[in-house]
Ligand binder design. Sequence first.
Ligand code: NAX
Length: 305
Amino acid sequence: MSEPITVVVTGAAGQIAYSLLYQLAAGMVFGPNQPINLHLLDIPVMMKVLDGVVMELEDLALPLLKAIVPTADPAVAFKDVAAAFLVGSMPRREGMERKDLLAANVEIFKVQGEALNKYARKDVKVLVVGNPANTNALICSHYAPSIPKQNFTAMTRLDQNRAQAAVASRLNVQVDKVKNVIIWGNHSSTQYPDTAHATVTLEGSTKSVPTEINNEDWLNNIFVEIIQKRGAAVIAARKMSSAMSAAKAAGDHMRDWWVGTKPGEWISMGVLSDGSYGIPKDIVFSFPVTVENGQYKIVQVNFSS
Ligand code: NAX
């Protein structure tokens, strides 16, 4: 068994964290041989709720979970962390202007960036889930200059999982038969889910998704809109935003970043743009990537083929 690593989850008393923490404690993200210390950060008024979460984590009786530290202090939360899930952010409330939301989140991610800079491991892997995730990741990295900018990523894996599931359902195959759907952009209604290079395994051989679906209107319009509006559809039905699926996606993102992607498989992550595909440099944007030895690489897809 390895030495424990320390993992922080912010927004730890919230609904995404509630589903995420079990995956972390059960070894589904960092592997079955990797013990962890969990640091749980939330705001002072949520400390009582967080106590309940701690009790439940204890009651899981999971051997990989070595220590649990609930706190409202970023200095404690980010101490020695090897992986950070930044889930907590200021939600947009009725009547709130976008600029108010941005201002509130700049403050949160400034404080957390500074704490990462000061207290975290320099090789910490940071996944920002809290919206607007791309902007928050960029702000956070700006305030953590001692940590490489490549270590800050934003989540579009939920969109990828939704897109993969929608294609699989359309083709009536198991979801794991569909690969390399790409999410371009941001986790918002402006994202572009792209199946142009996606493949599906049918009776043991690899086929092109666009060829198999053979319906441009569905692929270019209906499917795109379904994925762009899926979050809103979940809210309309559940009266709350996606949580179980968002937590699963956060686990998938970090696991693939930690462990690596499978040969021939791409995943989508919001990462610092290197100018690929004409996207301005130094903004956080979702690209297809592969991961090896803990380092991701933007896939250079050939669009002329
Ligand atoms: P909840 O409102 O259930 O939980 C958020 C938690 O964050 C609360 O406990 C709150 O007290 C805490 N919090 C607020 N400010 C904090 C701070 N400064 N430090 C630490 N904790 C703080 O929201 P939940 O449903 O868990 O969603 C969390 C975030 O994920 C939201 O911003 C949401 O928009 C975003 N999402 C992002 C997705 C993505 O694909 N990137 C998909 C799902 C989700 O919508």
